[in-house]
Design a protein around this ligand. Sequence first.
Ligand code: GAL
Length: 323
Amino acid sequence: MSDILKAIRLTNGNGMEVTLLNYGARIASIQFNGQEMLVTYDDINGFLDDDLYLGATCGRVCNRISDGRFCVDGKSYQLAQNNGGNCLHGGIDNFSYRYWTVEEDSVTEQSVTMTLHSADGDQGFPGDLRVTVTYRLTGDNQLHIDFNGQSDQATPINLTNHAYFNLGATSGQSLQLQLMSSMRLNRNDKEMPDGSFHNISGTDYNFRELTLVGQRQQQTQDPELLAMGGFDHCFILDNSPFNEAKARLVAKQQGIEMRLYTDQSAIQFYTGKYLDGQFQSYEGLCLEAQNYTDAVNQPHFPNSILRPGQTYQHTTVYEFRTL
Ligand code: GAL
């Protein structure tokens, strides 16, 4: 592990180029069809001061843990409350702010693996956890992200990638979205799931048909969307085979489409209200494939506990096409 910022470039012979950083195991850039697909910093050193999670691998547990507290096997744990009273994206010194080790033997033109050791007690979590993220660019313009983890004690885990997509447009609002979800998690007044599910058919949360994000967001009368200033919700993915896209984003003017494939159970769809500094609110949007929010505190949500001897393993693919 070294605290020197390193960039790794993957290319696929079709003109697609992906830049990854050892800092936060981040995606700094995806160049496709001569355009930048992500909201990004012009200079990679910009990522060192980033608090917006641009392109980052979030963990040990991405998204929010209610009151930063949970209980595993009868023992309770208190994490940092770095977001209101909740713990966000793994705590104060979370995985996005760490230098990951680039496994030098793994580096090829198309692929790289980065590893991180998160010690027992890191940010309050139990267990010595080793995680790896492998990025692989294919000849057919797919970026595969494989997440892997093993721990010597039971620990919650939920890793995601936090890229903000704009597909070359100046705003995420001009993108069309299709999201194969019929249900979302209901939220309480502390921005946390209350444990119940909301059937979203016939509501402004239904993106099962391709929908212009900005139009939906600007025309909505939904009180929660109005109060929140956009989407920042956990959508439960319909059950379908891996090779059927769970989400599609289309930039009509740029003639570009992105398809997202994942074996995760949910997507946090976030329209980027909090983008600030050199960025504008809503300049890009996130489709964060992950487990249900706060699964560690909701016994009826899919399991989020990794136990000794088990392997945490998830894959998300971003595929780029021209229209
Ligand atoms: C998202 C989260 C947002 C915001 C953002 C980081 O994953 O849902 O509420 O915290 O990360 O700015």
